[in-house]
Design a protein around this ligand. Structure first.
Ligand code: NZQ
Ligand code: ZN
Length: 398
């Protein structure tokens, strides 16, 4: 393990089907003024809203609601949220939902005390500046699993008028102060969102796994996480109420992107860059933007990181390194093993019901240029792509 690093994660987690009971003691650490942030209303249907409101009322908190945070939250909505939080003199932003709600809350948190002449979109997302003002603390109750936003500094915001969807990775001052993880809260997530979230987790792990040449503990941790995820995902699609499966998926999601497994490594993130550019023009579900390009992407990258793809095939997909030809046993080549791993991944993706083509997300060839303009090209993986290579991958993904 060759990298030099500092590791610190300030988010306090409460995990399990009784975890909401800790919300009360956490809320006592903050002032009276709470902005309750949530999405389109799923929390009202599944009862989480009522449970949280009862706790807030018991503590006598002054609550203002900031509802209607959409999937792939927009900068326009974020401007509104900043005004709400300023007006209410928020002591805490309590985000109840999935990645969209939590990402949005972080964007609001970093912007409330920003000088009014400065535009958060320009400062944080376009120009990627650090947050130098005092953030408003964020606490979360997670209801949809995938992004890892519950224990990281990520905040992805879409600007539809500019056809851009950009992630800002804030520092540890922007990580949620506390997060409540109750796997039962995810039981009501629609199947499409559930499998999209599962692939988002897989993609986060792969973005960090497919890099580097050294023997690195992080890679071994990630192989274990991927095996657990694949196993639990197959169970969850058959029975979404399987507590063991849903709790494993929830925990894997958090660890896939809470900065731990990136330690000591460079990381790729090109699938996310292309996926976000697709999301900016289609508003498609994040995990599906990733699934629809992943097989063409990894087939293209495979020769540049052959030994890692072989290891992935053997250690995650249990590919048999020996085959039979004309009835005789033989040792498969590295390339054969590596390709078989991706074939098994592709079969698993189809089995759990992921979108495998960008055309199924509404992408047309007329959108290629806009997608390419919005795709940042990164160099942390095995191959830095050119614009033309991304175009080939898009065509292959149609
Ligand atoms: O809005 P409501 O009504 O709550 O419905 C949501 C939404 O429609 C629904 N949902 C959530 N919990 C539910 C539920 N429905 C029933 N029962 C429940 N318990 O699920 C839908 C999707 O929610 P959303 O928050 O949009 O999904 P997700 O968690 O996948 O978040 C996606 C956003 O996160 C960003 C993505 O780009 C996208 O904008 N990401 C954030 C990252 C980070 N912070 O580190 C990294 C990721 O790579 C990702 O880019
Ligand atoms: Zn993601």
């Amino acid at each position: 393990m060759r990298g030099n690093f500092m590791y610190y994660n300030p988010t306090k987690l409460y995990f399990g089907n009784d975890s909401l009971k800790y919300l009360e003691s956490e809320l006592k650490n903050y002032g009276k003024n709470i902005v309750l942030i949530y999405g389109g209303g799923s929390i009202k249907k599944n009862g989480i809203y009522d449970q949280v409101i009862a706790i807030l009322e018991k503590l006598g908190k002054s609550v203002v609601e900031d509802a209607g945070v959409m999937s792939n939250p927009t900068i326009e909505k974020l401007y509104e949220g900043v005004e709400i939080a300023r007006k209410h003199k928020a002591d805490l932003l309590l985000a109840i939902g999935g990645g969209s709600v939590i990402d949005y809350a972080k964007g609001v948190s970093a912007s409330v005390n920003l000088d009014k002449s400065l535009d958060p979109w320009k400062e944080y997302y376009l120009e990627q500046k650090e947050c130098e003002v005092k953030p408003i603390p964020v606490g979360t109750v997670l209801t949809m699993v995938g992004t890892g936003s519950e224990m990281n500094g990520g905040s992805v915001i879409t600007n539809p008028s500019q056809n851009l969807k950009i992630g800002k990775v804030f520092g540890d001052n922007m990580f949620p102060k506390f997060t409540i993880l109750n796997p039962e809260y995810t039981f009501s997530v629609p199947r499409y969102q559930m499998v999209a979230g599962i692939f988002d987790i897989m993609s986060h792990i792969m973005e960090q796994y497919f890099s580097g040449e050294d023997d690195n503990t992080s890679d071994y941790i990630m192989e274990g996480m991927m095996k657990s995820l694949v196993n639990s995902s197959k169970i969850a699609v058959k029975n979404p109420q399987d507590y063991d499966a849903r709790s494993n998926i929830m925990w894997t999601a958090t660890w896939a992107l809470n900065t731990l497994v990136a330690k000591g490594k460079t990381t790729d993130w090109e699938v996310h860059m292309i996926g976000q550019a697709i999301g900016a023009v289609t508003n498609a579900t994040h995990g599906m933007t990733l699934s629809s390009i992943s097989i063409p992407y990894y087939c293209y990258i495979l020769p540049y990181g052959l030994l890692k793809f072989k290891r992935f095939a053997l250690n995650v997909w249990n590919v048999n390194p020996f085959g039979k030809r004309d009835g005789e046993p033989y040792k498969k080549s590295d390339l054969e093993i590596a390709k078989e791993g991706l074939t098994m991944m592709s079969e698993w993706m189809k089995e759990i019901g992921l979108v495998m083509h960008i055309s199924d997300l509404g992408v047309t060839s007329e959108m290629y240029d806009t997608i390419l303009d919005g795709t940042f090209l990164l160099d942390g993986g095995y191959k830095k792509l050119t614009r033309d290579e991304v175009l080939d991958i898009l065509k292959e993904s149609m």
